[in-house]
Design a protein around this ligand. Structure first.
Ligand SMILES: [Zn+2]
Length: 719
């Protein structure tokens, strides 16, 4: 039996250290306040559990006394110890991932089932009883050292959802995941010393069809494997799918799957990782382009996109998976395959269906009518699969990454709904920590709900605010509540690829009010550098929006040549323009334009070359306004020749701008787009004008200059 008291620990114990030696030395001091007992031959995760307990409990105590049930000389029995066995608490008595904290006088058992239960026992003790918090990588709070006196300890639990995976970023620290009872960590593996992961084998965790049968490798020899689209066999991850009714394709696919199962187990063993539990079979990440061949078309008419996909997955697994009863196989209900299958098709017993929440309003909950589609699909899917997982998106993408939206208030109710409706696992895409809205709070709520979706939501957010931001917490919460209130008042719908106008529910006056709240919040923690930095981070998404609007959103004073009325003046530079043809379009400085807003003198340049085979960049030249929600052109004007040499203002016409998303496009190829929709623009009527210059012989015969179109500014003028 290996019993080590803290004073002796440094001399005798070497346990695959994950804690900081110097910190440990400080804590250990020269006398024992508690002992840790491990099995004679501890497992890697038991060693880590002991290390973590020693490190953090040491920090919490300092040189103060620890008592349990009124007794000193506390002994922690970590993992599969003789003492635990004597109490009938051997690992076999626990379910996988189940954990237990139980005192017997001064003896405390911290143990559990599988490779993670003991770790979870230690982490629960440190978090719930000692007050340690692991907010994120390199972001933790340990209470000021003090005496700890516990009464009878007797708690056990088990995380509710079987798969708890928050994808943070590529190299996210697995310790943060494990300390917070997440059992997978995106692309970053969890070593066995941290309990391993409930994870995916090769070739990848999603969008795998082209990884099993790469079009680039087999497209020539076996075009019949790939989807027929507009008369051509196409494939590749972002470009096509498979011909799911192709004879023999499931045999070939099953062989590849077998190869990957062998490889997955071997790779994991070589790296000292737990063997993968799930292999993915899901379509490529291009939403359309499913096969149009006669046999696929006929099959689709019978059971829809989803039914076809499930039948294919079931058939592959039936051929490959008989020898692997311990494995699960996942697929995606994503875009066209989100609706439940028709014609009675259901997933095989060992198939996980991961339903992707692509149509949601990010800023509200699953019970809001805006999210009825996902709500109803979850309920419908549970009858079509024994393993329903959800692929959740926690951030907005594209250029509008990191704008504020108040999803945190709905996280508890969402996960409770999922739990009540048969969902058993999650992958939450919550990457881009550095620019994501209110990251720490949302990550905190997600992991809490993954572990226990039935806990009382009251006080969770308030508790976080107080602990994380200290005296500033109240004001930070006030700002977030204002954001939520305005969102509800305006019934704003924030998609995961949002349009600019979707954020206009929060006005410039609201932003100014939030700034005042944060001034008070920052003053409240001015002497606490750690908390001050946290408060500044909480403001970032508001600040990003305020900065953007300050640059583009003001109404600028009248200027000769544009208007004598108020207008929005937008420099057509890399901040404002979406460039959809990088082969000929770039952004350059142009001193002729000068610096209209004091922010730069960049313009958009279209190089009109011989590569422009279709001729869409040549004359005539178009400018138009397109409504993204209604999917229609609202305004278009065409010029057969340049208005003159040098920059000229082009009057496009009058338009009532839509409430949410639109863009103004340039050229007949629509590859220069300005998607800005700022408060005050949406729903109102404007004259659209643009400052454009043409050069070169293509536009002015005999000119020696290069053939170019330069777009300098775009103005929306009040009529
Ligand atoms: Zn086909």
């Amino acid at each position: 039996m290996k019993t080590r008291c803290l004073a002796a620990l440094l001399a005798v114990m070497s346990v695959g250290c994950t804690t900081d030696q110097s910190a440990r030395k400080d804590v250990a001091g020269d006398r024992a306040t508690f002992c840790i007992e491990l099995p004679d031959e501890p497992k890697p995760w038991e060693k880590t559990a002991a290390e973590e307990l020693e490190h953090y409990l040491g920090l919490c105590l300092g040189r103060n006394r620890l008592t349990v049930e009124g007794q000193k000389g506390v002994v922690f029995h970590v993992g599969d110890t003789a003492f635990a066995r004597e109490q009938g608490l051997a690992p076999e008595s626990f379910k996988d991932e189940e954990w237990l904290i139980k005192s017997f006088g001064r003896n405390v058992v911290l143990a559990g089932g599988g490779t993670r239960g003991t770790l979870y026992a230690v982490y629960h003790f440190l978090e719930d009883d000692c007050g340690v918090r692991w907010w994120g990588d390199n972001d933790e709070d340990v209470p000021v050292p003090k005496m700890l006196a516990f009464g009878v300890l007797d708690r056990r639990g088990k995380p509710f959802f079987e798969c708890r995976n928050i994808y943070r970023w590529r190299s996210a620290d697995p310790r943060t995941a494990v300390r917070n009872r997440l059992n997978d960590n995106g692309n970053s593996p969890i070593p066995l010393a941290l309990g391993g992961a409930f994870t995916y084998g090769p070739p990848h965790l999603a969008h795998t069809w082209d990884r099993y049968l790469p079009f680039s490798e087999y497209g020539k020899a076996h075009p019949e494997w790939y989807s027929l689209w507009e008369g051509e066999r196409i494939g590749g991850h972002g470009n096509g799918q498979l011909c799911l009714t192709c004879p023999g394709l499931t045999d070939e696919f099953a062989r590849r799957l077998e190869d990957y199962i062998v490889k997955g187990a071997a790779d994991a063993a070589a790296k000292g990782l737990a063997a993968p539990r799930i292999y993915d079979i899901s379509h490529n990440d291009c939403t359309m382009k499913f096969c149009q061949c006669p046999s696929c078309t006929a099959e689709r008419a019978k059971c829809g996109h989803t039914g076809m996909m499930l039948k294919f997955v079931n058939e592959v697994i039936d051929k490959a998976a008989k020898a692997h009863p311990d494995l699960l196989f996942s697929t995606l209900a994503y875009w066209l395959t989100e609706p439940v299958p028709s014609n009675g098709v259901v997933a095989a017993d060992n198939v996980i269906v991961r339903l992707c929440n692509t149509k949601q309003n990010m800023a509200t909950g699953i019970h809001d009518p805006d999210n009825k589609f996902m709500h109803d699909q979850v309920i419908a899917w549970k009858d079509c699969t024994k393993h329903l997982y959800v692929w959740e998106y926690a951030i907005t993408y594209d250029k509008l990454k990191g704008y504020p939206f108040p999803s945190e208030f709905y996280i508890p109710e969402n996960y409770r709904f999922y739990a009540e409706n048969g969902v058993t696992g999650f992958l939450i895409e919550h990457e881009d920590f550095e620019c994501s809205d209110m990251y720490e709070l949302k990550f905190y709520l997600e992991r809490k709900m993954l572990e226990d979706p039935f806990q009382k939501p009251e006080g969770l957010i308030e508790g976080f605010m107080t602990r994380y931001y200290g005296a500033a917490g109240g004001k930070v919460l006030e700002a977030r509540k204002l954001l939520d209130r305005r969102r509800r008042e305006k019934k704003a719908f924030i998609r995961f690829f949002p349009l600019m106008g979707e954020f206009n529910f929060f006005t410039n006056d609201d932003l100014a009010e939030v700034r005042r709240m944060f001034d008070v919040a920052e003053a409240a923690v001015a002497d606490d550098q750690k908390r001050l930095a946290r408060v500044k981070r909480a403001y970032l998404s508001f600040g990003r929006m305020a900065d953007f609007r300050a640059r583009f959103g003001g109404k600028h004073p009248p200027e000769q040549g544009v208007s004598d009325k108020p207008f929005f003046d937008i420099p057509a530079d890399d901040k404002a323009v979406q460039n959809h043809d990088k082969s000929v379009i770039d952004f350059v400085k142009d001193i002729e334009v000068g610096d209209p807003l004091g922010g730069g003198d960049m313009v958009t340049r279209v190089k009109v070359t011989e590569r422009d085979i279709e001729g869409y960049y040549r004359l005539p030249f178009d400018i138009g306004v397109y409504d993204l929600r209604a999917k229609k052109t609202l305004l278009r004007k065409r010029w057969e020749k340049p208005l003159g040499e040098g920059y000229c203002w082009h009057s496009v016409g009058r338009v009532k701008l839509p409430e949410l998303g639109f863009y103004t496009y340039f050229t007949r190829k629509w590859t220069v787009q300005v998607p800005l929709c700022l408060p005050g623009m949406n729903g109102n009527e404007f004259e659209v004008k643009a400052l454009v210059k043409f050069t070169g012989p293509m536009f002015f015969p005999g000119s020696k200059q290069p053939n170019e179109i330069r777009i300098a500014r775009l103005a929306y003028v009040e009529p």
